[in-house]
Design a protein around this ligand. Structure first.
Ligand SMILES: Cc1ncc(COP(=O)(O)O)c(C=O)c1O
Length: 402
């Protein structure tokens, strides 16, 4: 396993580009230096562009996505508050669990894994809540465990139709910076992300967007908090500092990540993810397998959870792929453990990289006796990539004559 390199196709941490690694290969620095704020304020400015908010604030905490969940919840809610949520995968489940551990009353609607946020049921519940007891509505935008993307704008529309003031809290850990996300336009009050997925960085930063309404709620929210307190952040961030020692090296990486995302252009980043995901979906079809996501409207452009046929263990596919081909695929989690394996297709990726993951998956499945036609998935994805590729100008550059 020493030659070549590991092919990382878990849905986060993702494949870190060399440019980001080099940006972080620096000496540690003085986080109170007079020129530090200029650097930090630029990060907030550009993160707002990624979250698509002019009116909100972005907070950067040392932490992971889970810390972002905790920051969002503890800053804006009080123990005993009612929260409306839905569970359809390990991450939507864990967020509910975190809320309950903070003393919140979570009404969790259980949905079949493979579907997403049940907007009609949310609408019904919000409409019935004329006393406005529900203080927050949770949406896991992209359920990484099942490869399901939910419709955040539709949840906003349901809140508006019911004229309901609950905060709209969105888990964007595996969506923000990879697929379309519009904090202001969708009226998102709290948006949570982490550094190790679409931002292509190591784990270690939790990024949380908070609307004006969320910041207002933070003034009276009673959940205990200290490390994640928005108020401490606001006080120091406005001058470009932090209330405690920031992860300066990761912040330098974040600078490079934002530069890469903005240079490519967010719309191009989203289109690239969509096109790459399309190739994976065609491969799955060619293998004669099914996605965990039940209908195209749920298909995620950042991760595909692929069901193996009955009688086979998807964990073995993941293990074989790693041990024999040095390919890291995502395991099925919790309820779908053993039933699905996942291919993460987010971050710094192109067609050929993804084809290697499809080839490795195909080989591992065949090694285990799963009846897939050799080369079928790779061929289907290749055709998708070829036929949807941008035209090239063949007159550019020279061709060597030997
Ligand atoms: C959708 C989603 N939310 C939350 C999390 C938790 O994030 P972390 O593992 O960074 O704490 C993850 C992690 O994979 C995730 O995919």
């Amino acid at each position: 396993m020493t030659a070549g390199r590991n092919a990382p196709f878990i849905p986060g941490p993702t494949n870190m580009p060399e440019r980001l690694r080099l940006a972080m290969d620096i000496a540690l620095e003085d986080q109170r230096a007079p020129d530090f704020p200029v650097f930090v304020l630029g990060l907030f400015r550009d993160l707002k562009r990624i979250f698509k908010t002019d009116r909100g604030e972005i907070f950067i905490f040392p932490g992971s996505g889970t810390g972002g969940w905790e920051a969002a919840i503890t800053n804006t809610l009080s123990p005993g508050d009612t929260v409306l949520a839905s569970r359809f995968g390990q991450f939507s489940h864990l967020w509910v669990d975190l809320c309950r551990r903070h003393g919140l009353e979570v009404e969790a609607i259980d949905v079949d894994w493979g579907e997403g946020v049940p907007v009609a049921r949310y609408a019904e519940r919000l409409g019935a809540d004329t006393a406005h007891e529900i203080k927050a509505v949770l949406v896991c935008h992209n359920e990484t465990a099942t490869g399901v993307t939910s419709d955040v704008a539709a949840v906003r529309a349901a809140l508006d139709a019911a004229d309901h003031p609950a905060l709209l809290c969105v888990d964007g850990v595996s969506s923000i910076a990879s697929i379309d996300f519009r904090m202001d336009e969708w009226g998102v009050d709290l948006a949570v992300s982490g550094s190790q997925k679409g931002f292509m960085l190591p784990t270690g930063l939790a990024m949380v967007g908070a609307s004006e309404k969320a910041l207002e709620a933070a003034r009276s929210a009673q959940c205990p908090r200290c490390f994640f307190d928005f108020a401490d952040m606001v006080r120091t961030n406005r001058d470009g500092f932090f209330p405690y020692t920031p992860a300066t090296t990761l912040l330098r990486g974040l600078r490079a990540s934002l530069d890469m995302l903005l240079e490519e252009g967010l719309d191009n980043v989203f289109a690239r993810h969509h096109r790459l995901a399309g190739g994976v979906r065609r491969a799955v079809e060619a293998w004669g397998l099914a996605l965990c996501a039940k209908e195209p409207k749920w298909y995620s452009d950042t991760v595909s959870a692929i069901q193996v046929p009955d009688g086979f263990d998807a964990n073995d596919v993941v293990k074989m792929a790693y041990l024999r081909y040095n390919l890291s695929l995502g395991l099925g989690l919790s309820k779908v453990a053993g039933a699905v394996f996942r291919i993460g297709h987010l971050g710094a990726l192109n067609e050929l990289m993804l084809l290697s993951a499809l080839a490795g998956s195909e080989m591992a499945m065949r090694d285990l006796g799963i009846p897939v036609e050799p080369g079928s998935g790779v061929a289907a994805a290749e055709e998708h990539y070829r036929t949807t590729a941008r035209p090239v100008d063949m007159s550019r550059g020279a061709t060597a004559a030997i």
